[in-house]
Design a protein around this ligand. Structure first.
Ligand code: IFG
Length: 480
């Protein structure tokens, strides 16, 4: 049987009670007023035991209830006694967090009674923003594929999914009034090596957003600008400074494209795009990219950002951007996302002195598209090779001078898709490194320990196999 604390991310407080174990048997039921989370837990327990595990607001030895607990909206308390298992949280998101913990204490699938170790878990996140980024521009992934990805990243209490929707090789979200963005930018032959065509209609994007919301995940859409814009300019030559059509690109070079900063049409285009994306996105964030704008002069970059950032505010969103955008004066609620390998950044530190919050994504620790090892088939290695230990042994509050705990919104693990061609590739690059980053995003800094983590991680090999999820069998882990 699992130990009560054998959970990833490691909970804030675990007090085992070896004298008590709770048995899930054929008569076990879930009692909860919040049916949605109850049903998600029932699904997990039905798969683990083969028992019916009914859900009702009136009777059951497993009780999910909303009441005050310490630690904010995602906090929860689980009490496991012999004949009663209670889960308490301030919100449904907190109950959902508890379900992810309980899920790890029972088998992925099985038939017959299952016991849960007794005791109390009182848990709460360190950071509010724990994200993954999926690049659907370099290689497109369908709605069902993204939904399957949401199903598995939420098991580690990830609560934001950043979708990199546009780049040089593809434009993946339909924008009213600009149909060629997806007709051309999402059409056949787009993507790296022309192997990743596709796009989301407005309805499909709304479906993704809703699916994520049911799992308490906020979608963060990215429209990359002023660089990484070749696909938009292929579709609409009017967006280039000289009106001359540019050729589609299916290679992996970066830094050669730029919107035309001096052209009014550029801002008409961007206002249409930002208005549409904001309207389709209930979450607070809209990512405007801002990275690798080598084809935009520093002065033009400032002019561009000064015209575009107010548009994000106008349509009710907080601008997130790769940390280069911190070279300009940002709106107070804008969020620079640090992504490079340096251990200091003047712009990001300056933004923090002005009160901006930061998302930490240092490429040499959390870029899931980095190779695991020299012989890895998948991935790049410009930020070095990253094994599980390297993903685990760092701290976001100790990375950049002037960017401490109180300035951090959280962490995010980007997965760029230049070398990916399937969801199996996505899963292999994500697992087992994402659980390390998820623990950094959720668990108390002092509760983290590499030997404990690698021990807890070992049990997930068989679990991922049982779930049909591909993962890299990192040699650092003594897989069960
Ligand atoms: N840097 C680029 C990405 C991608 C990446 C691959 C950022 C913010 C290298 N920009 O990371 O488009 O190409 O590792």
């Amino acid at each position: 049987m699992r130990e009560l604390g054998d959970v990833i991310p490691v909970p804030a407080e675990v007090r085992p009670d070896p004298a008590a174990t709770f048995t899930i048997h054929s008569g076990t039921a879930i009692c909860t007023p919040t049916e949605s989370v109850g049903l998600l837990l029932a699904e997990v327990l039905r798969s683990a035991t083969g028992h019916p595990v009914p859900v009702s607001p009136t009777a059951g030895a497993i009780v999910l209830q909303l009441e005050d607990v310490d630690g904010g909206p995602e906090a929860y308390v689980v009490d496991v006694a012999r004949d009663l298992l209670t889960v308490r949280a301030n919100t449904e998101a907190g109950l959902f967090s508890a379900v992810q913990t309980l899920r790890q204490l029972v088998p992925v699938s099985g038939t017959g009674d299952v016991t849960v170790p007794g005791g109390r878990i009182a848990d709460r996140p360190r950071f509010a923003y724990r994200g993954v980024m999926l690049d659907v521009a370099r290689h497109f992934f369908t709605v069902d594929e993204v939904k399957s990805y949401l199903d598995v990243i939420t098991q580690f209490k990830i609560n934001h999914l950043h979708l990199h929707l546009t780049d040089d090789q593809g434009w993946r979200l339909e924008i009213a009034g600009w149909p060629r963005l997806t007709e051309v930018g999402g059409g056949p032959g787009t993507g790296v090596d022309g192997a990743g065509p596709g796009f989301y209609t407005r309805e499909e994007y709304a479906d993704l957003v809703a699916y994520a919301a049911q799992r308490y995940v906020t979608i963060v859409p990215e429209i990359d600008m002023p660089g990484h814009t070749n696909a938009a300019q292929v579709a609409y030559p009017e967006l280039t400074c000289d009106g001359v059509p540019v050729a589609p690109r299916t290679d992996t070079e970066v830094g050669y494209s730029s919107l035309c900063v001096g052209l009014d049409r550029t801002y008409e285009f961007l206002e249409d795009v930002i208005r549409e994306v904001a309207a389709l996105t209930p979450g607070p964030f809209l990512h405007i990219g801002g990275d690798e704008a080598q084809a935009t002069s520093a002065e033009d970059y400032r002019t561009f950002m000064d015209r575009v950032l107010p548009l994000v505010t106008k349509y009710g969103k907080r601008a997130v951007g790769w940390h280069e955008m911190a070279s300009v004066e940002l709106p107070g609620d804008a969020v620079p996302q640090f992504w490079r390998v340096e251990t200091a950044d003047e712009g990001t530190a300056r933004a923090v002195t002005r009160g901006n919050q930061v998302i930490m994504s240092p490429a040499d620790r959390v870029y899931l598209d980095m190779k695991y090892a020299e012989d890895s088939r998948l991935g790049l290695d410009w930020a070095g090779r990253i094994d599980v230990e390297r993903s685990y042994r760092w701290d976001p509050a100790a990375r950049l001078p002037g960017v401490g705990e109180e300035a951090l919104l959280g962490v995010e693990a980007p997965l760029w898709s230049e070398t990916l061609r399937s969801m199996a590739d996505v899963q292999t690059m994500t697992f087992p490194r994402l659980p390390a980053i998820a623990e950094i995003g959720w668990s108390p800094r002092g509760a983290r320990d590499w030997e404990s983590f690698r021990h807890r991680l070992a049990a997930f090999g068989p679990r991922w196999t049982a779930q049909g999820i591909a993962f890299h069998p990192s040699p650092e882990i003594d897989w069960l």
